[in-house]
Write a new protein. Structure first.
Ligand SMILES: Cc1cc2nc3c(=O)[nH]c(=O)nc-3n(C[C@H](O)[C@H](O)[C@H](O)COP(=O)(O)O)c2cc1C
Length: 160
């Protein structure tokens, strides 16, 4: 039985996720986008995955560059998430942002709760997305409250 797109999206709205920015680099081209489909895969060796829309610019840069960096956003970084999700000024997302070059060559934004700098070890086509599995070569951890996404809205952790 086929699931209707709206039903599928409605069900997914009940899933709560963190919010990341995934950056990549191919030569002089530096790019990135907001990503919630991020997961840890393996502890030994340390592996993570991100899912990128085949139509996204970021997918093309990761495919060519073979590296990506995952930035776990903090509760106060909604504006950054919106900037990296918006198609307006998509080539100017890094303007005015502080970043440095990571161990893999991927761009590292300096202000994130945590950063995982990864080298692509495999890519798997999955419908309209590509799953990139990355070997984690370097991590940074600043800590702080994470930004969450639920039912189409940003939210934060409420201690019970
Ligand atoms: C909260 C949130 C989560 C998102 N998660 C993903 C994701 O996991 N994968 C993806 O391909 N796009 C995701 N997007 C959409 C991209 O950020 C958006 O399409 C972006 O403009 C793509 O940029 P690019 O084409 O310049 O790479 C998400 C957007 C938001 C707001």
């Amino acid at each position: 039985m086929t699931v209707a797109a709206e039903q599928f999206k409605d069900a997914l709205r009940e899933w709560v996720s963190g919010v990341t920015i995934v950056t990549s680099r191919h030569g002089e081209r530096v790019h990135g986008m907001t990503v919630s489909s991020f997961a840890s895969v393996s502890l030994e060796p340390p592996l993570v995955l991100v899912c990128a829309d085949k139509d996204s610019n970021t997918h093309g840069v990761i495919a060519e560059g073979g590296v990506f960096a995952v930035h776990v956003l903090g509760r106060d970084q909604e504006a950054l998430s919106n900037l990296f999700a918006s198609k307006a000024d998509e080539e100017r997302r890094f303007d005015g942002l502080a970043w440095e070059v990571g161990a893999t060559g991927a761009p590292i934004l300096v202000d994130a709760v945590a950063v995982l700098d990864c080298r692509v070890i495999s890519a798997h086509g999955a419908g309209d997305h590509v799953i990139y599995v990355g070997a984690v070569e370097q991590v940074q951890r600043r800590g702080g409250e994470p930004l969450l996404y639920h039912r189409g809205h940003y939210t934060g952790v409420v201690e019970g």
